[in-house]
Design a protein around this ligand. Structure first.
Ligand SMILES: Nc1nc2c(c(=O)[nH]1)N[C@H]1C(S)=C(S)[C@@H](COP(=O)(O)O)O[C@H]1N2
Ligand SMILES: [Mo]
Length: 251
């Protein structure tokens, strides 16, 4: 009969293996902590550590440019819209604002600024949109808005050369809230300068007299109470970008 050679595993060998796996384990943990500390120590680019900001920028380049401004947000029948949508955020909406004397300041280019009344804006063709409004805080609500397509507005006010620029900037009258929007999203056929909600004049808390509704973006970009619109080839300042969010914030 053939004898099988027995493998003897000595106690010493087992102990060495245990020690080795413990060292590897400890090393990996140390590596994780060192990596975390390295990331924390990196310089920040608008609140996000540079390596993370690079990932955000890459995502934005890849997904933002390619998908966001060419897709259509799903629309809903007006009957499915909330009657009393929640109000969220009042940055740049300081007291003492008088909507009756308001005019939109449109800075077309240096030395060419015009002021437009709400009546003039309401005289343009009206477009309505009912869509699922999404906030980065994680909630969404189907809401119903009316106003003028930004692209119609741009045609009316001769913004052809501005349309060639990369960004539009929107700022509240008190300059407390501001957003930058890439021009393709601004000209998207669902983007409106909005003055109505549920077929009624917009309330102050929802952004009267005029707000941006831009369904291809998260809520942070839907600036309420527009004071100024301007154009630029460099990114306009953006309130939430400065606080660590993605500049693009597209859906
Ligand atoms: N001026 C101004 N506009 C703003 C904000 C703000 O704080 N100030 N918050 C934004 C955010 S985060 C969201 S979700 C929407 C909410 O719009 P609503 O209050 O009409 O629901 O407004 C956006 N526009
Ligand atoms: Mo939001």
């Amino acid at each position: 009969m053939k004898e099988y050679k027995q493998h003897e595993v000595s106690v010493k060998k087992i102990r060495n293996k245990t020690i080795l796996s413990f060292i590897v384990f400890a090393f990996l943990i140390a590596l994780g902590i060192a990596g975390w500390m390295w990331l924390r120590a990196q310089p920040r680019d608008n609140q996000a550590q540079e390596p993370l900001r690079k990932v955000l920028n890459f995502n934005e380049l890849f997904f933002g440019r390619i998908f966001s401004n060419s897709h259509f947000e799903k629309s809903f029948p007006p009957s499915s819209a909330l009657k009393k949508p929640r109000v969220n955020g009042n940055e740049g909406m300081s007291d003492g604002f008088d909507p009756s004397t308001w005019k939109l300041k449109l800075a077309r280019k240096a030395g060419d600024t015009i002021y437009i009344s709400l009546e003039e804006i309401k005289a343009l063709p009206k477009t309505e949109i009912v869509f699922d409004f999404k906030c980065i805080e994680g909630w969404s609500q189907v809401t119903h808005w009316g106003g003028v397509l930004f692209s119609d507005f741009a045609k009316k006010y001769g913004l052809d050369s501005q349309e060639e620029m990369k960004y539009a900037g929107l700022v509240t009258p008190d300059k407390g809230y501001y957003v930058g929007i890439d021009m393709p999203s601004m000209l998207h056929p669902q983007t409106i300068l909005c003055y109505e909600m549920n077929d009624k004049p917009l309330s102050l808390e929802h952004g009267a007299p005029l707000r941006l509704i831009i369904p291809v973006k998260y809520g942070i970009k839907h600036l309420k109470r527009i004071g100024i619109i301007f154009f630029s080839n460099v990114r306009p300042a953006d309130y939430w970008y400065e606080r660590g969010y993605d500049y693009y914030s597209g859906l």
